[in-house]
Write a protein that binds this ligand. Structure first.
Ligand code: GLY
Ligand code: MN
Ligand code: MN
Length: 442
């Protein structure tokens, strides 16, 4: 049986764990993966590992915990499920500790059933304890039980960790800057998602339902080997495009409307995130073209602003400036550009920020500010650039603009000299979109 499981670069994983151990210093770190979640009765939601855990282990199975001992002789110990013929007949392969240790490069691996017995012992005389504090009340309680078990041994001269630290803090910083392998996976995820958007542009016709287009996207993700969508796909025709987190995808598409699609695949744990907006009937009306080209110009200005050393907020500022000027020019807003920016009246039609970090999570780990200041971009960071314009209408808005919802979103990696767009394989100029849509009708 040939499988397409990702190759595991154990040296990279060991390198990440070593860097984390060096940051933490002496102490113990505990990191459980995500639990399986019941959808109803015996049916579970599709399993997705915890991103932090996966970043340090690449180990995909539930009921697993990574324990790291820092200091002079650092050790990485995996606790995981044992082989079990009966369960494997029902649910499929499990590595078991021995194979997991070998394949994923841990120093030690132990059965998950020994966790409550082993952890108090491993915590003995460790000066610090790091774990994802407050993410799960059950884990909080369990870790405190282990800690208290160690404290009870004080009279035997055994000390318990004095400091409790949030393990997510150093990991967030590490995850923010992607290495070559991560960027390569994200490039491939971007390519798969781009192909799905091209397919959507080619097959969309008036009279189809939003879910029919969604089905084409999902088909394209899966057939290319992506494990899942990175987030719930938004397929929003006409006025639905003005609902930022539209989820229903059940309306019929009408000739003359725009279709906004925000959908992308997750590949080997890494998200992509693409939005395109195009006319259901294959031709932009003149009001649609004017607003679309405004958003496109804002997106280009924002992408042009992405390079090392600039503030996180620079692309947002660049997009807002272009959009605000356009809103004045199209008579969507009155007043001067300075007034519109100063009073933020543009927020009526552009109410979200221009992007977010992207990585293992679609809204990825990493702080946006340091000590109250927007942080500077550095090579290896990946962000989305996604300006939009959402015109719900109103008496003071020219009728031709009513119910126009537009967003254009790409994934951008900061490079040493500027940036690389990871999702450039979907057209976004008016001419290119219309040409691709015509080719689908050929
Ligand atoms: N698809 C989620 C977002 O664009 O932030
Ligand atoms: Mn996004
Ligand atoms: Mn998106």
């Amino acid at each position: 049986m040939k499988k397409t499981a990702p190759t595991i670069d154990t040296a990279t994983l060991a390198g990440r764990r070593a860097r984390l151990a060096a940051t933490l210093g002496p102490g113990i770190a505990i990191l459980p993966t995500a639990p399986e979640r019941v959808r109803n009765r015996d049916a579970h939601y599709g399993y997705r590992f915890d991103s932090y855990f996966y970043y340090l282990t690449a180990f995909p199975e539930p009921e697993s915990v990574l324990v790291m001992i820092g200091g002079d002789a650092p050790r990485a110990i995996l606790f995981c499920r044992e082989r079990n013929l009966e369960r494997e007949i029902w649910e499929g392969f499990r590595h078991g500790p021995e194979a997991a240790r070998e394949r994923y490069g841990f120093d030690e691996a132990l059965p998950i059933g020994t966790l409550d017995e082993m952890l108090p012992k491993l915590m003995e005389n460790q000066p610090a304890l790091s774990y994802p504090v407050g993410t799960d009340p059950l884990w909080d309680a369990r870790v405190m039980r282990w800690l208290n078990a160690v404290r009870e041994k004080a009279r035997a001269g055994i000390s318990a960790p004095e400091r409790i630290l949030d393990l997510r803090v150093p990991l967030d910083e590490m995850r923010l800057v992607k290495d070559r392998g991560e960027l390569d996976t994200m490039r491939r995820a971007g390519s798969i998602s781009a192909a799905a958007h091209r397919r959507a542009m080619q097959i969309t016709r008036p009279g189809m339902y939003e879910y029919e287009v969604e089905a084409e996207l999902l088909h394209e993700f899966r057939r290319a080997g992506a494990q899942a969508p990175a987030y719930g796909p938004i397929v929003a025709g006409g006025a639905n495009g003005c609902v930022l987190h539209y989820v229903f995808n059940d309306a019929q598409l009408e000739d003359g409307d725009l279709l906004l699609i925000d959908a992308a695949a997750e590949l080997d744990g890494y998200a992509s995130d693409i939005t395109r907006t195009f006319p259901v009937g294959g031709r932009f009306s003149s009001a649609q073209r004017d607003t679309y080209e405004l958003v496109l110009a804002a997106q280009q200005a924002a992408i042009d602003a992405v390079r090392p050393g600039v503030s996180w907020n620079a692309p947002h500022d660049a997009a807002v400036k272009v959009l605000a000027q356009g809103m004045v020019d199209l008579k969507l807003l009155s007043g001067s550009l300075d007034e519109v920016l100063e009073k933020e009246t543009y927020r009526r039609f552009y109410m979200h920020r221009t992007g977010h970090w992207l990585g293992l999570d679609v809204h990825d780990a990493g702080e946006y500010k340091h000590a109250g200041e927007w942080r500077a971009l550095t090579a290896g960071m990946v962000l989305t650039v996604e300006p939009g314009l959402y015109i719900r209408g109103g008496e003071d808005v020219p009728a031709a603009f009513h119910d126009i919802g537009i967003r254009i979103e790409d994934d951008v990696a900061v490079t040493d000299s500027g940036c690389e767009v990871l999702t450039g394989e979907v057209p976004k100029s008016v001419t290119d979109i219309e040409a691709l849509m015509r080719s689908g009708r050929g």
